[in-house]
Design a binder for this molecule. Sequence first.
Ligand SMILES: [Zn+2]
Length: 323
Amino acid sequence: MDLGPLLVGSGVPVAAVVLVFGLLVGSFLNVVIARLPYEDLSIVSPRSRCPKCETAIPAWWNIPVLSWIVLRGKCANCRAPIDVRYPVVELLTGVLFLACYTRFGLTTAFLSALILTGSLIAITFIDIDLWEIPDQISIPGIVIGVVLRPLAFDVPLWSGLAGAAAGAAMFLAIRWGYQWLRGREGMGLGDVKLIAMIGAFLGPRALLPSILVASFAGAIVGVILKVVFGHGQDAEEAVEVVGSDSVSGSEPEPEPESENASAPEPQSAADAEPAPEEEDDDYWVPPKDAVPFGPFLALGAIAQLLFGPTFQRILFDVGLFTN
Ligand SMILES: [Zn+2]
């Protein structure tokens, strides 16, 4: 469905509007990435604050990318450094929204592409931070993808459902296979829901090419990280790419229980015994030489979204997959 006639006519170049919209959505995604995984933090309030001096950031210092450049990456009040990731997420969102516009024009496919892209950006950075893929994004994403797919891409009603089911089935099979072969978890349920969301938006045919791009990129980054951070270890063995669990936000973080709360306070810090490391069965520590798989899946999905038909034609032409 072409939405062009509805939106064009103001005289402002549509591409510029899309870019600015993407930068603003990126600014919102920064808040989502920082707050969504924590149950007690609201996404809508309060206004963003400097993590160091806790001064609320006024709107004129909250302009995507520009404020960070003008302030040279420092808080306007206390000069504490502001992570370069904030403008990076804003710019990434802006550029990818522009790419979606170039690919789809002002269509319902474009709307669907924006929702998928925004969700994947938030999931990527939450996964990098916490090794968790939030259910609050992936599960609604599956539903929205299934509903939007026939409207956006003029495919049968069942296409998104088939994509979600095929994706989930594939990753569950890998999950069980890995557990059976290696005796430990290699693919978290978070990734299962993520691939289902990707299948819901992009359909069953996009799954294998997405996973292929993800695995290839994951292998390359794994080798690079091993060479850079390996410190003389065997560089032949790549850094492992491991799946992430999902988090629903309703599960409280396990808190180490204080066993000696009633014990008398030590006279000074020097008297204090070093606290024994609390072993918590529920708390999973990511392996040292590992990177989460979610961001690579997101990359594979975005590659499919933007270059899908070309990419699939190449793969099917060389006979890697038969249709
Ligand atoms: Zn500050």
